[in-house]
Design a protein around this ligand. Structure first.
Ligand code: GDP
Length: 478
């Protein structure tokens, strides 16, 4: 945000005139209500010996603000990115495997397919990218993180089973994302295959075949026999053409994390889908709340490559930490900027984490229950004898407060240890000690992790206390 001379004066605890004078001596004419530009701000702050700390709001969408707009003249066709959805057991995984086998292994030389969360195939000299995690869970979790990666959804419906609950869910998800749907009527090789029934059932969801006056594409196939795969790919390309999917290969890349993990030997490894631009080895990059330089890049055939254009899935190393699926990535001009922005985002994330740690207190439990932030109270029980643990656990689980339940995540006999606190902190739990105390390390850990420890000598008091917290009647003076 911007700051005016008067606002800055107030922040620095100086007189407005003093600031104006300083500015004047440096050749900047400014009035009281004038907004200072970055240079002037730097200048004044350095004069007064303070550092400028820019407040930049960081959220998912924010990385996108670092992406320059595209020159429309540079936009070119790009491959579609496809997600396969449908009811369990209708053949999503089999279809993904068939497509990959028929199209990839045959053509490309020396490739050993490698699972990087997505793969690309060729059809009539055009490419199609498939996300390798079938089902709408992945689709939706990515979307909830602000990433829209899918251009086309393939809805697999088994011809012998018809529309099922998850078929409908998948339709709803695709529609919510405004992604065009192609119906793959699968298992056509089976005895009871009845594609007409599938078409009939889908009319209820406004998915009407062209023959019946609608505009939904239906492809009949057998994933297991690898029949109809080419038809499906051709239809995908047809829909892609209508959608006019475009990107500019001649720019710094941006895109989305498909999956990421920590590799023992290679460190953080992230599968990325390049959505615009071209990603190159050596690029300074910010990925979610992580950053680094693209050290090595591998494609879906396990081949090392140096650059990847729009709609290409690749796996990279070189990040300082493991990002999350659905995170956005952006390439920056220089490493310094990438580091700066990456570190800022990391700090912000840590702050947020710290903020949430105060959650682990019985006192404000009720607030959070009320606000719908939590539905369960996680509890760790430590007691002097096994019988007390059992008794306390059983009674706590019996507490009946509407909509809220007690979750016992760990119990044990003996003093409250540091490990109990770590567990409590990681799972937002309260630690209840019955006739036991925390040892010194546990005390220290509880303080730094802000974990609430409740000590009791009478079972019913412990129960009363938890119940009171659940009902919002806990005496804060307790
Ligand atoms: P997903 O849960 O949707 O990923 O379904 P899967 O791909 O795991 O397939 C479920 C079952 O259906 C497996 O036993 C597959 O072998 C079988 N299957 C998948 N496609 C076909 C097909 O085209 N024909 C027949 N007969 N069986 C299939």
């Amino acid at each position: 945000g911007s700051i005016s001379v008067a606002e800055l004066a107030e922040k620095l605890n100086k007189k407005t005139n003093e600031i104006i004078k300083k500015l004047m001596f440096s050749g900047v004419m400014a009035t009281k209500n004038q907004d200072l530009d970055e240079d002037a701000l730097e200048l004044i702050c350095s004069e007064f010996g303070v550092e400028v700390e820019q407040e930049i709001e960081i959220d998912k969408a924010d990385l996108a603000t670092y992406i320059d707009e595209d020159d429309p003249n540079k936009l070119e066709e790009r491959p579609p990115v496809v997600t396969i959805m449908g009811h369990v057991d209708h053949g999503k995984t089999t279809l993904l495997d068939s497509i990959r086998h028929t199209k990839v292994t045959a053509g490309e030389a020396g490739g050993i397919t490698q699972h990087i969360g997505a793969y690309q195939v060729r059809e009539n000299d055009k490419k199609v990218t498939f996300l390798d995690t079938p089902g709408h869970a992945a689709f939706t979790s990515m979307r909830s993180r602000g990433a829209q990666v899918t251009d086309i959804a393939i809805l697999v419906v088994a011809a012998d089973d018809g529309v099922m609950p998850q078929t409908i869910e998948a339709i709803n998800h695709a529609k919510a994302a405004e992604v065009p749907i192609i119906i793959a009527v699968n298992k056509m090789d089976k005895e009871g295959a009845n594609p007409d029934r599938v078409m009939q059932e889908l009319t209820e969801y406004e998915l009407i075949p062209e023959d019946w006056g609608g505009d939904t594409i239906f492809v009949q196939l057998s994933a297991i026999k690898r029949e109809g795969i080419d038809d499906l790919l051709e239809m995908i390309l047809l829909v892609a053409e209508v959608e006019e999917l475009k990107a500019n290969a001649d720019r710094r890349a941006n895109g989305t994390v498909i999956e990421a993990q920590l590799d023992k030997g290679r460190g953080p490894v992230a599968s990325l889908l390049v959505q615009n631009g071209t990603l190159k080895v050596g690029d300074p990059i910010v990925v979610g709340n992580t950053f680094g330089r693209v050290r090595a890049m591998v494609n879906d055939l396990g081949k090392r490559i140096n650059s990847a254009g729009p709609s290409t899935p690749i796996e990279i190393t070189g990040l300082n930490d493991v990002p999350l699926a659905g995170d956005q990535f952006v390439v920056f001009k220089d490493e310094k900027q990438a580091r700066q922005i990456g570190e800022m985002r990391q700090e912000k994330q840590l702050e947020e984490k710290r903020g949430t740690q105060s959650r682990v207190s019985l006192d404000d439990l009720f607030e959070q229950i009320k606000q719908g932030e939590i539905k369960d109270i996680n509890v760790i029980i430590k007691a002097d004898v096994h019988g007390s643990v059992e008794a306390l656990a059983a009674s706590l689980q019996k507490i009946d407060v509407e909509g809220v339940k007690v979750n016992i995540i760990h119990t044990g006999v003996g003093a409250i240890k540091e490990s109990d606190i770590i567990l409590a902190s990681a799972s937002n739990a309260v630690v209840i000690g019955f006739n036991v105390r925390p040892d010194n390390n546990a005390k220290k850990a509880a303080e730094s992790e802000k974990v609430d420890i409740r000590l009791h000598r009478v079972i019913y008091k412990a129960i009363e206390e938890v119940e009171a917290a659940m009902k919002g009647m806990l005496d804060p003076e307790f």
